[in-house]
Design a protein around this ligand. Structure first.
Ligand code: CA
Length: 236
């Protein structure tokens, strides 16, 4: 099956280069040159993954990301998003992740690295999509339940909406209660690839998870910070 990648980026030269690399890697590539068109294409074409630039005409990348994550169609709301950011400010990347992007790449980047990230992300989603080799044991901690068959997280009766990355991190931590994971280990286990300098993105995913789970980092019920190491799921 050929994966369809939607590139939303207004720099024509960069789009040309990206298209070349992605097509060479065997992907179908569709392109939108502004945010609004990109948003509508995402809803209509249902791509397998979106590469989304932050600075875009019509509707910026953050707005596109926010709108997609709120879509009523789960295939749209859960599409993996890799954000491209030219800005050096940490806050922009952090904001992108907070709005539900799964990963980000800072410009200038090597197209090879981006293709590697696209591949890694699709690889980790594949077994989920195909329903293969999936664990079937419910993970529980108090009223928090992770159901790997339905790919669903609930607190009591309430379903918690998580991005694929947040779900995978929670799954990793919950399936090893009490075992601390370093940031780079989490990235490696969850994204299938860990690039230097991106460890902080784990903190943002954890922050999102805690917010969505209603977990207070000062007295966590679920996810504990292990100082100097990373994170672990609370035992017992
Ligand atoms: Ca741009």
């Amino acid at each position: 099956m050929t994966h369809k990648i939607l590139v939303i980026e207004d720099e024509k030269q960069l789009v040309r280069a990206l298209r070349g690399y992605l097509e060479q890697a065997g992907f179908d590539v569709i392109v939108a040159y502004d945010g609004r068109t990109g948003y509508f294409m995402a809803r209509q074409e249902k791509p397998d993954l979106i590469i989304l630039d932050l600075m875009l005409p019509e509707m910026d990348g953050l707005d596109v990301c926010r709108a997609l994550r709120q879509d009523s169609d789960p295939t749209v709301a859960e599409v993996p998003i890799i954000m491209l950011t030219a800005r050096v400010e940490e806050t922009d990347r952090v904001l992108g992740l907070e709005l539900g992007a799964d990963d980000y790449v800072t410009k200038p980047f090597s197209p090879r690295e981006l293709v590697a990230r696209v591949r890694a992300m699709l690889r980790r989603l594949k077994p989920l999509r195909e329903g293969k080799a999936q664990p079937t044991t419910l993970l529980r901690s108090g009223d928090l339940v992770l159901d790997p068959v339905r790919h669903e997280v609930r607190i009591g009766e309430q379903i918690v909406d998580l991005t694929p990355t947040e779900y995978d991190i929670l799954y990793l931590l919950m399936s090893h209660p009490g075992r601390p994971f370093s940031r780079s280990e989490i990235l490696d286990r969850v994204q299938g690839i860990a690039f230097e300098g991106y460890e902080r993105s784990v903190d943002v995913h954890i922050k999102n998870l805690r917010r969505k789970l209603g977990d207070d980092p000062r007295s966590p019920r679920y996810i504990q910070t292990v100082y100097g190491v990373g994170y672990k799921f609370k035992e017992g």
